[in-house]
Design a protein around this ligand. Structure first.
Ligand SMILES: Nc1nc2c(ncn2[C@@H]2O[C@H](COP(=O)(O)OP(=O)(O)OP(=O)(O)O)[C@@H](O)[C@H]2O)c(=O)[nH]1
Ligand SMILES: [Mg+2]
Ligand SMILES: [Zn+2]
Length: 318
């Protein structure tokens, strides 16, 4: 008779999954059935954070089934692979980790991640790292933009140990994913929070002022002192939203909500329509232009909603 157990995936690739079962980490192989059926549309049927049913006495022991997810975050796998890539599952929150400089803060990258979190209902907060490099208070402007979008913003310096207490309080008792550009300082920050974690840390390319993709796989770590789990992830270049259509994007920018009821057309895309209340708010600087720019940039990449035959133009004589 086969012995089964349920555990949590803390790391995985195509060949082997590291699964935590009652505090012990063991390795399992992916089982055929689970992987065959999904691989056409989904790059990775099992993600970090997944709760899985495993068989203990197979040779090798295998992951048999992924249990229902509380939540998850997908993206388009890559520019040459349109499949869904599940980044992680079953988390309490995501930290969008951005550095002020080296690499410079990118609103496009941050806004893409935040829009996806909004759609997939993953609570997010913004952490601005490397504030020791912030000579002209860029952090102040960024903070204002994102607080206006309803987000909590924290400032840290992982290398100088600044702002760590507030972050630790936010992590306490929760499962948190750290996500952002390569070189932003995800691994450095986690090492600062939990000395002894010993995550590999990279150098910043002097010429490009970018990270060098030092972390190469996502892994979940236990922080015993604060009863928390964190996921360190590989740095990203760009982020393409998965499973969201053009019509759905406007609700992924929370600060539009206050205005978009006043647009001339109920289904206004805030892109080209006349009498757009969102665009007017951008012109009055009530909505940050960088946020609006990100919105239009993403809108351009998304597919229209299925069977969208609602006219955007008003009927004749209106
Ligand atoms: N000045 C300064 N440098 C920092 C800070 N945090 C991290 N760094 C430096 O930034 C570089 C990259 O840090 P990592 O922790 O490897 O960055 P990462 O986000 O994990 O990068 P990937 O693993 O490539 O995604 C290292 O040289 C760190 O020392 C900070 O607060 N201030
Ligand atoms: Mg790293
Ligand atoms: Zn509009």
């Amino acid at each position: 008779m086969t012995d089964f157990a349920v555990g949590r995936v803390i790391r995985g690739d195509a060949r082997v999954y590291h699964v935590e079962i009652d505090g012990e980490i063991r390795q399992f192989a992916p089982r055929g059935k689970l992987f065959d059926t999904l691989s056409k549309d989904v790059k990775n049927p099992v993600a970090v954070g997944d709760r899985v049913r495993v068989s203990l006495d197979g040779d090798p022991p295998g992951v048999e089934e992924v249990l229902e997810r509380r939540n998850y975050l997908p993206r388009v796998a890559s520019s040459h692979d349109p499949r869904e890539q599940i980044l992680f599952a079953n988390v309490d929150q995501l930290v969008v980790l951005c550095s002020i400089d080296k690499p410079r803060f990118s609103s496009s990258r941050a806004d893409r991640i935040l829009a996806a979190c909004e759609y997939y209902e993953i609570p997010a907060l913004l952490v601005l790292n490397k504030i020791d490099l912030d000579t002209d208070d860029a952090a102040g402007d960024i903070r204002q933009t994102y607080e206006e979008a309803g987000l909590e913003v924290l400032e840290t310096s992982a290398t100088e140990g600044k702002g760590l207490e507030a972050l630790v309080e936010r992590l306490r008792g929760r499962v948190t994913v750290f996500y952002g550009a390569s070189g932003a300082g995800k691994s450095t920050l986690l090492n600062a929070i939990q000395p002894g974690l010993d995550l590999k840390v990279g150098k910043i390319s002097r010429y490009w002022e970018q990270g060098r993709h030092t972390t190469t796989y996502s892994q979940m770590y236990r922080l015993d002192a604060i009863d928390a789990w964190v996921v360190d992830t590989p740095g990203i270049r760009s982020f393409r939203l998965f499973g969201i259509n053009k019509a759905e994007l406007r609700d992924c920018f929370p600060e539009f909500a206050k205005y978009q009821g006043n647009c001339r057309y109920v289904n206004c895309s805030h892109d080209h329509e006349p009498d757009c209340a969102v665009f007017a708010a951008v012109e009055r600087a009530e909505i940050a232009p960088t946020r609006y720019q990100s919105y239009v940039e993403i809108l351009d990449e998304l597919a229209p909603p299925p069977e969208d035959d609602t006219p955007v133009e008003p009927p004749e004589g209106d």
